[in-house]
Ligand binder design. Sequence first.
Ligand SMILES: Nc1nc2c(ncn2[C@@H]2O[C@H](COP(=O)(O)OP(=O)(O)OP(=O)(O)O)[C@@H](O)[C@H]2O)c(=O)[nH]1
Ligand SMILES: [Mg+2]
Length: 374
Amino acid sequence: MGNELPKYLVVSGFLGAGKTTSMIAMARVINKKYGQAAIIANDLGAKNLVDADYTRTTDVAISEITGDCICYVTEDLVHRIDGLVADGANIVMSDIPGCGLGALDHVYIKLKNNYPDRYDLLPFLVIVDPERLRMILPERANINLTEEMRFLLDAQLAEADLIVLNKIDLISDEEREADLAFIQEAYPEIPVMSMSAKTGEGVEAVVDYLVTHRATAEHRELGDDTEEFDAAEKQMCWYNRRFFASVRDESNIDFNQVVDDFIEAIRDGLIEAKRNVPHLKLFAAGEGEDFVKASLLGVDYDIQYDHRLEQKYTAMAIVVNARALCESETLGEVIEDAMDFIKAEHNLKCNVLFTECFGLFDEGRSNGGRASRY
Ligand SMILES: Nc1nc2c(ncn2[C@@H]2O[C@H](COP(=O)(O)OP(=O)(O)OP(=O)(O)O)[C@@H](O)[C@H]2O)c(=O)[nH]1
Ligand SMILES: [Mg+2]
């Protein structure tokens, strides 16, 4: 691999499609077969991101870009990639926030034009979850997401150099064939593969494809400057909180139950408010390698645990991230009520260490926004 350029790719896809899980699974294949992988976890929000904490529990090298989408911080991105390469990585991948669209222009084409011959750009990868795909399949299933989310999912897929149908462990072979046939017909120019980032099935074939192909890196009309895209973003809100929960009488308790009750209370609050959360994530680390990581992919689904605690604790720092289809104020209230519930239910004292809660278009959020009005 001596004189080869470092390889870089973007991993896109809707909220909860499995970008983080896929990057970790692909990194393990790369580390075995192609050199050394590194991940740049990217999300909106200042800090306290579950994806970064969770990735740190693995053996994969990771760096974070927080605050903004990598689309708007190209110099920082280049600096991160170069840092990871200096530490030995030859293949670097980064995700983009799950509401993202436009990284083809804002990342690939910018890197191609402004940093020529610095990286080999591997195919722009879009991960899709069969459950969310049902929104745009011919039957146009109603999965309690809005019409704007259909637009977003479709536009995200159209940006790909390679589409990967993930989570095939959850569907039958017939469903997989039907999904692949639909994708092939809907996006005839784009190759499509399938895998399960969870079981590992098909991951090696995807990595083999990626390292032997290159990105097109040509502009496409995706609609990221349209009213539909603005409308989709306007419906979403991001919530990140870290809090320290301690048992008042200092007894050891099962924090798995606390996590479960907390997420269920948030679910109930969102159902009552008639809102949804395409991805709610929670992480808390215990002693050594003990941790809990949970995901809720919408109010209609069961909580999924990537990992549960093995030990009991008297206190834990808990990080919760929600990417919701909800007004930020309502979501803030729902989570506050859920915290009150677990405090009472488990005799906890909760010290909030960090909170941010913003709609993507909320006034005053970015430097360009007005911070005050009069
Ligand atoms: N059954 C199954 N679950 C999966 C698979 N890949 C990911 N998941 C689960 O799907 C949930 C979301 O996965 P993530 O990797 O966090 O998804 P993401 O696209 O990074 O989500 P955001 O960063 O919030 O947009 C987690 O509970 C994962 O364990 C898969 O192949 N099979
Ligand atoms: Mg992620």
